[in-house]
Design a protein around this ligand. Sequence first.
Ligand code: BT5
Length: 332
Amino acid sequence: MTQQESTQQKILQVLKENIGRHVSGNLLATRFGLSRTGIWKHIQHLKSLDYAISTHPREGYRLTDIPDRLMADELVPELGTLWLGRHYHYFLQIGSTNDRAMELASQGAVHGTLVVAEEQTKGKGRLSRPWISAPSLGIYLSIILRSPLPLNEAHHATTVAAISLAEVLGSRYGLSAMIKWPNDILVMGKKLAGILTELQSDQDLTRFLVVGIGVNVNHSKEDLVGPFRYPATSVAMEAGHPVSRKELLLSFLERFEAQYDVFLKRGFSVFLPRLTGLSAVLGKTVRITSGNNELTGKALGFTEEGGLRILLDNGKDQVIWVGDITQLEGSC
Ligand code: BT5
């Protein structure tokens, strides 16, 4: 953080401590060793970031509203994590947070580095499918993980993220969020979030992973205009009111960090009961497409390693590791 950014954060902090009340320009100038014009410049910059600050010629500056933006100044001071998000890269607009995180990781960014954007112009899902990322309505983030996992365990990072997000949506907003294996979060059969994990490896070990997550948060029906492969929804649509993206992001990061550490210490099998409980597919007849292959059968359960067990129409039991569930009996 530059000296200038740090001063600005401190000025903002004073305004926040006095939210709704005037703080004199002279007082700020003396406290931070700046001229009154220097303070005014910082205030103009904060206003350009959508902080609602009114100015009174004698009484000074008054903060009246804090924008629901995910910038470092707002998030980092309130993060309750040890390693996740301590290096925080924030963009008003970006192509894809995953692409940026992959670049940063190849340049040596540390474990837990986070990339967050208000808007993505080239947000992507699996197989280069688009992820629609409307400005300032959703959460678009990518987490760099530097745990040298065997390649065949890398997919667990997606599942641990999916479980963490589904649990936060349940405990914080009362939503009945389910996981559509392997990477979708559904509420009432509609897609609310998707996860895309990418990696770079050295032989059989991951060098780093990038877990990218897109969550529809304050979208209304009109903001979710496809084409989508499945109906889409948002936290606000399901909860019936807008929610603070900042609070959701903070809760998710704290939960994910804790769960990922559990995974590293105790392995994936401890997550199986939760994955089973949150699964949107178990017991359903599903069609799974992977490349040119298509299978239909009943989803029976998960293996210790996180594969999906399918009872095929021909009576055989098969384990699936990758694929798209394109049809579910009942919902979706
Ligand atoms: C996913 O892929 O669901 C993974 C999405 C990951 C997005 C995050 S955002 C932050 C990070 N940076 C990135 O560039 N990506 C990650 P998949 O299972 O392939 O689903 C993609 C499909 O979901 C699309 O083909 C659409 O049908 C649908 N879709 C696109 N945007 C959507 C949205 N906002 N809400 C619901 N469905 C959407």
